[in-house]
Design a protein. Structure first.
Length: 364
């Protein structure tokens, strides 16, 4: 009887062990299925393919193995020619694609990939990176990053400030300096990015920097460009004060502003639209950073480009990237609704393409 009882207990213990093992296997399988791909948001997720559109025609990209080694994509974030992105960056690119397809905004969202655009794009061949410059959005710091990556200096701290924008000494070639075939290869295969910020706040920054503070090494803004705007757009000609923000807004919102732009030359890059600078509907950018979230976007861009182990984005002073609604409203408070609406009409493409809201003072 005792032996029979012991065998019964042994069988119960053995069954319990099998049950525990079975439950462990089920749980293990569940965990594997649940956490297998933490970056996958949907089984139907469309990957970002690093191809470019030039002259509004899709450029066919052969399979990677057919390209010479020097044009192979690089970077930790790549899998072939794909890059996984957090949801916020995927949403930005999806919004961009949708607005680019909006025929009602075509005149505000599309531009030719001209020499003017190619002049704005800086090249880092060593790490297969293209950076489109959008002035007044912290571009000086990104230039420093690329200067270090190109090997002109070993660290950001060593770069003299007067070298950063000296394109004969900073070691940053422009995309326009290459042949057509070399340009196309880089546009199709390199990691491409640029930074945006609220369009109206950017215009305020450009006005303050070029016409109020006016660095000594840029006298033409105050002594040549400002008088040209005043002569054309100041209502009260008896006023002798320097260029006012109201004059600047009236100039930018004029549908016939281009005749002055031609006279001002490339100096207008500080206030022309992102569309005119970077052709975002024609070039398939990998990432679009926002100045307002630069603390998160800068490390992400470095990691996605596969260079986070080589260089860091310079420290961002606290609060410098925060959208200052009060400042924007103050600058526009004395300007007529008509002039503000004309200004918005010119920059509407930038607002819509990059998800910026129409200002409240235009809606009231």
């Amino acid at each position: 009887w005792l032996m029979s009882d012991n065998m019964h207990h042994q069988w119960l213990l053995l069954a319990a062990c099998f049950w525990v093992i079975f439950m462990f296997m089920v749980a293990s399988k569940f965990i594997t299925l649940t956490f297998k791909d933490p970056d996958g948001y949907s089984a139907k997720q469309e990957p970002l393919i690093l191809t470019a559109m030039t002259k509004v025609e899709e450029v066919h990209v052969p399979e990677r193995k057919h390209w010479p080694e020097e044009f192979q994509p690089t970077g930790k974030g790549f899998s072939g020619n794909l890059i996984r992105q957090p949801l916020v960056h995927m949403e930005r690119l999806e919004l961009l694609r949708n607005v680019c397809r909006d025929t009602a905004l075509r005149n505000l969202s599309h531009t030719a990939v001209s020499k003017f655009v190619l002049d704005r794009i800086f090249v880092c061949d060593k790490h297969k990176i293209l950076f489109c410059q959008t002035p007044k959005v912290g571009n000086t710091q990104w230039k420093k990053v690329l200067i270090v990556l190109n090997g002109a200096f070993s660290s950001i701290e060593e770069i003299p400030e007067n070298i950063v924008h000296d394109h004969e000494k900073n070691g940053l070639p422009r995309l326009s300096s290459f042949s057509d075939s070399e340009i196309k290869k880089r546009l199709n295969l390199y990691f491409k990015f640029f930074i945006v910020r609220d369009p109206f706040e950017r215009l305020i920054s450009a006005f303050k920097d070029k016409f109020v503070h006016n660095p000594r090494f840029e006298p033409w803004y105050r002594h040549e460009i400002a008088p040209g705007i005043i002569r054309k757009y100041r209502k009260n000609r008896t006023e002798t004060k320097g260029l006012q923000f109201e004059d600047f807004v009236r100039y930018l919102g004029d549908p016939n502003h281009r005749w002055l732009d031609v006279q001002f030359g490339d100096h207008i890059i500080h206030w022309v639209t992102y569309v005119e600078l970077c052709a975002p509907c024609e070039i398939a950018y990998s990432v679009i950073g926002h100045h307002e979230t630069l603390e998160d976007d800068a490390p992400y861009i470095l990691k996605a480009a596969g260079i986070d182990h080589l260089v860091s984005y310079p420290t961002i002073p606290p609060g410098i990237t925060v959208y200052n609604k009060t400042k924007v409203e103050r600058y526009f408070s004395g300007i007529s609704k008509r002039d503000i609406r004309r200004l918005y009409a010119r920059f509407e493409g930038d607002f819509k393409l990059f998800g910026y809201r129409e200002p409240d003072f235009l809606l009231n």
